[in-house]
Every structure is written in C-alpha cells, then in structure tokens.
Design a protein around this ligand. Structure first.
Ligand SMILES: C[S@@+](CC[C@H](N)C(=O)[O-])C[C@H]1O[C@@H](n2cnc3c(N)ncnc32)[C@H](O)[C@@H]1O
Length: 217
C-alpha cells in the first residue's frame, strides 16, 4: 500500500479515512486484516503503535491495560516488548482480532464498539492505550466518556489522535467536557510513519494525548 491512494473498493489508508459508519469499518477491515501488517504497517513504516506504548510506559503506565481498537495487535505487541502488561485488546473487527490472537500478546481479546458500551465493567483497567483508531472515518471524541468509564480511579490513558481529526472533530471540547473527572492532560505531536514511508500520507502527524482519571472521579 503506497499511501498515495487506493484502488476503488480496496483496503488502504485513503479508503479507511473515507469511512463513515462502524458498518463501513467492519467491511473494510474484514478485507484488510490479512495484509494489514505487511502491506500497510511494514510498507508505511508505521511507528505510531510503538510511540503510544512508549508514552504509556514513560508516564508510569502499568497493567492491566486495555488496547482500544487493537486491530492486529501492533500496540499490544509494543507494550509487551516494553514489558508492560497484562494487556487485553478490543476491536470492532473480529477479523483484525483473529490476526492479533496469533501473536501471543494479549491476555484476552474481545469484540467491542467504542461508540457504544464496551463489554467491560466500570473501572476494570489500570490503563488504556489506543493507536490509529481515533482517526478520520473511525472514532471521534464521543468515545472519550467510554474510555474514562473503563479506567479505575487514578488509571492512565495514552491515546493517539490524528492531528487533523483532532481539530476537525473538536477533541479539545471533548476533553473539556470530561471536566474535573480527569487530570494531568497532556498532548505531544508525533509522526505516524517513519522515514521509510512514502506517498501522500507519509508526513502525517498524530497527537499522543495522556490523562489520568481522578481518584475521586
Ligand atoms: C488503523 S486500525 C489501527 C489498529 C491498531 N491499533 C494499529 O495501530 O495498528 C483502526 C482500528 O480501529 C477499529 N475500529 C474502527 N471503528 C471502531 C469502533 N467504533 N470501535 C472499536 N474499534 C474500531 C478498526 O476495526 C481497526 O482495527
């Protein structure tokens, strides 16, 4: 996948960014799951999952942690490499999770829609990570309340948010709406792809947003 543009109807970044609904996402990722790691992540030098995992660890993140929109397991794999765990993963796409299941990374994997209620009890996790899921055509700020719900008091989140998507969907207002239920909100801009990437998306950026759920929230 060059990133410069996909063939009509084929999986790839351009078509992924043009998605509108969870049903669209389900269809695209069912087709993309088998080739995602090689034809996308490897070809595009996709470094964002590692950057998110590093940010989580650096902020003192511990397990159990839930990988939101885990896909084929790249962020969970990076957490494991950094010796952070146990890690569970959830995603809308059973086909993406089936690829992740082969990697011996996750303690548990389950289908879940971040735009609805995840099958997770309140405060179940010490942390949450997400890479590449808060982006065009995928998940917007309406999911932030659900991220907060699954964190235990004091729990840490490290989420990548595509920089253009952050502005376009009003994430600043979304975080403001969480009010005093969160603390330590920070943003850092990072490249989504490494030096080996090519094509029109190669220079794209994401914000890695970190925050903690307040102890009394
Ligand atoms: C670009 S992939 C990122 C996967 C992985 N985190 C990574 O960095 O490689 C986006 C993932 O978000 C998932 N997704 C899209 N909409 C979702 C939703 N509403 N709830 C949960 N996952 C969703 C897709 O199925 C897909 O696996």
């Amino acid at each position: 996948m060059s990133g410069a543009g996909d063939k009509k109807g084929s999986p790839g970044l351009e078509n992924a960014y043009a998605l509108e609904t969870p049903e669209d996402n389900l269809r695209l990722y069912a087709d993309w799951a088998a080739s995602y790691d090689s034809a996308f992540a490897q070809d595009m030098d996709y470094v964002l999952p590692l950057r998110v995992a590093e940010a989580y660890k650096l902020a003192g993140g511990v397990g159990p942690v839930l990988d939101l929109g885990a896909g084929t397991g790249l962020c969970g794999g990076a957490l494991k490499m950094l010796e952070v765990g146990p890690v569970d993963g959830t995603d809308l796409s059973p086909e993406m999770l089936a690829v992740a299941a082969h990697k011996d990374v996750y303690n548990a994997l389950f289908v879940g829609n971040l735009l609805e209620i995840l099958p997770v009890s309140d405060g179940a996790y010490a942390g949450a990570v997400s890479s590449g899921t808060f982006t065009h055509g995928h998940v917007g700020p309406e999911a932030l309340g659900e991220v907060l719900r699954i964190l235990r008091p004091g729990g840490l989140a490290a989420l990548s948010i595509n920089a253009e998507h952050y502005e376009a969907k009003g994430f600043a207002a979304g975080f403001a709406a969480l009010g005093d239920r969160i603390e330590g909100l920070s943003h850092r801009q990072t490249r989504i792809y490494g030096d080996a990437a090519s094509g029109s998306y190669a220079g794209d950026h994401a914000l890695i947003v970190k925050f903690r759920k307040r102890q009394d929230a």
